[in-house]
Ligand binder design. Structure first.
Ligand code: MN
Length: 266
């Protein structure tokens, strides 16, 4: 196997490992700490609810385990920084390899385009990314390549508690993509997935869109993925970061908390 620059692929990996060791390639953690305090999505009261993260101690160098510390943990699949598999949405329910335990391992490593909407989201919590805004981004940074993550930077990850969920009587008010840009990103650009800093890949008011929850609808219907509750997107370049996002291998799982890493060159 040869790789770009007439380097063997083995040589390329050795060069990458050396660059990570000397910080020529930086590894940026895009993950929030998983704790009981991190906001969990709230569904209308007549629907089932996601459990928050829970942790109970088994032992801590004591009578329950004199030399060791460990915990039991439990959580909803869609808790904290987490991955959505195609089976999460009805549009992806009959696709092959649509669960976290069956999706192709190679799909867990892919480059990212980062669209910075932080200024707009600061002005309007219901800000929506449109196709026209994505085309403006392409005019500056180039066409969004197939098999790339699109990461929506809103700086929402800097908010905490009630401000993060931003729930009012009429639901959540958080930024996201509109329906047209989602159809276009999936069908015309072939993205591998959409990542956001908010509690879902869709905007807080996306239940009122057509189709409802268009990010979920189009991504998962095409066998693509979602990442939510990302952090540190402000540390990424518009293009060129390589994302490692490997969900837990839960049998028939619809998603899972995970550690998301970005490799960024100098
Ligand atoms: Mn989710």
């Amino acid at each position: 196997m040869t790789a770009p620059g007439n380097q063997t692929s083995a040589g390329l990996l050795a060069a990458l490992a050396a660059s990570i060791a000397d910080a020529g390639v930086k590894v940026i953690d895009l993950t929030h700490t998983l704790s009981p305090d991190f906001p969990t999505i709230v569904m209308p009261p007549e629907l089932g609810q996601s459990a928050p993260f829970r942790m109970e101690q088994i032992s801590r160098y004591d009578g329950n385990g004199p030399a060791w510390y460990w915990n039991n943990i439990s959580f909803g699949e869609h808790t904290g920084t987490h991955f959505d598999a195609p089976i999460h949405w009805f549009t992806g329910k009959d696709l092959p390899l649509n669960t976290v335990d069956t999706l192709p391992a190679a799909d867990m490593i892919a480059p990212a385009c980062v669209i910075d909407c932080s200024r707009q989201a600061a002005e309007d919590p219901d800000f929506l990314l449109t196709r026209s805004a994505a085309l403006d981004w392409e005019a500056r940074h180039g066409r969004i390549p197939a098999r790339n993550w699109v990461l929506l930077r809103t700086d929402w990850s800097k908010k905490t508690g009630r401000d993060y969920a931003n729930l009012t009587d009429d639901g959540a008010h958080t930024p996201g993509p509109d329906a047209e840009v989602m159809r276009w990103l999936v069908e015309e650009r072939g993205i591998i997935g959409l990542g956001t800093e908010t509690i879902g890949t869709d905007a807080g008011q996306a239940g009122h869109f057509s189709p409802p929850y268009p990010a979920h609808h189009y991504l998962h219907g095409a066998g693509r993925y979602g990442l939510q509750c990302l952090a540190n997107l402000d540390l990424l370049p518009p293009v060129g970061a390589l994302i490692v996002a490997a969900p837990l291998k839960i049998k028939h799982g619809s998603g899972s908390p995970l550690r998301v890493l970005a490799l960024v060159g100098g």
